[in-house]
Ligand binder design. Sequence first.
Ligand code: PHE
Length: 337
Amino acid sequence: MDIFRLKKTASGEIKRAQDLKALNTLYKKYLGKKGEVTQVLRSLKNLPAKKRQLLGKKANEVKNSLTILFDKKARQLKQKAVKEMEEKEWIDVTAPGKKPIVGHLHPLTQVKRKTEEIFQQMGFSVVEGPEIETEWYNFDALNIPKEHPARDMWDTFYLKNGRLLRTHTSPVQIRYMEKNQPPLRIIVPGRIFRHEATDASHEINFYQVEGLMVDKNVSASNFKAIIEEFFKRFFGKPVQIRLRPSFFPFTEPSFEIDISCLVCGGKGCSTCSRTGWVEIMGAGMVHPAVFKAVGLNPKNWQGFAFGIGMDRLAMMKYKINDIRLFYNGDLRFLQQF
Ligand code: PHE
């Protein structure tokens, strides 16, 4: 084809190109390796010298002017593309924001924090201890000797290395008194483990809050006053409690504290085994053997200790009838708190 006609056709097609893709195809068609203009330039070598010079000059001019045209058109099409995108993808800064879904604290964590807050207001410090314990701290130092039948009260997960998963938070009583002199007031929130069958009120893993107060003159009535005050603040109203005589090797005397079931209002339901009462904690006056185990003279010191079941506390507060709901991760349950 005549080189000038080639230029005209090419120029027209470039001008009409709608987008960069189409322009790219045109570039290949004319200036690519096998492009029409390129082929003209290649064929020059076969021409006689004079013709070659003449056509060569023209062909190179055409090549240059087409290159300029391509560049210009490419710039225009790019600008157009950007503009179109801006129009399509504009952001309405006045639109109301989308709220990200934020989680919240697990009901047990809320109960733990509330409990800590109340006891701190009453002068107790919050202390923690390890979940993996030695038999000494979990049992022996708490006056539970090896073959003592009382050990059967706690169904224990033993580890291969001879240690165990603590069955209660009471070992922290020992750990704390080994390092700190009375007078003292502590609570110990923490996770504990028991190898037992699960049901609506029993889990193999649950939470306790241990309490310990030691001074020269601490009595069971101090304990009762403090725990009643705690329940009042925790539930936001006075709660009926009852103390029953009980047995723990590390307290003497020992009692079990029940609160009137808040799920059914004391009428009797599955949570309280139809009794109207829920056993919520064990407690008692610190046994002399425990003082001896930490090197304190029982003649000089008195104290009370208690262990509250935190899960049961949460069940009463929120009227939850199955302890297992705390641990199965069901959002339909968790989102209610
Ligand atoms: N550790 C006891 C339990 O797990 C509870 C308790 C704590 C009893 C402190 C008396 C004193 O059952």
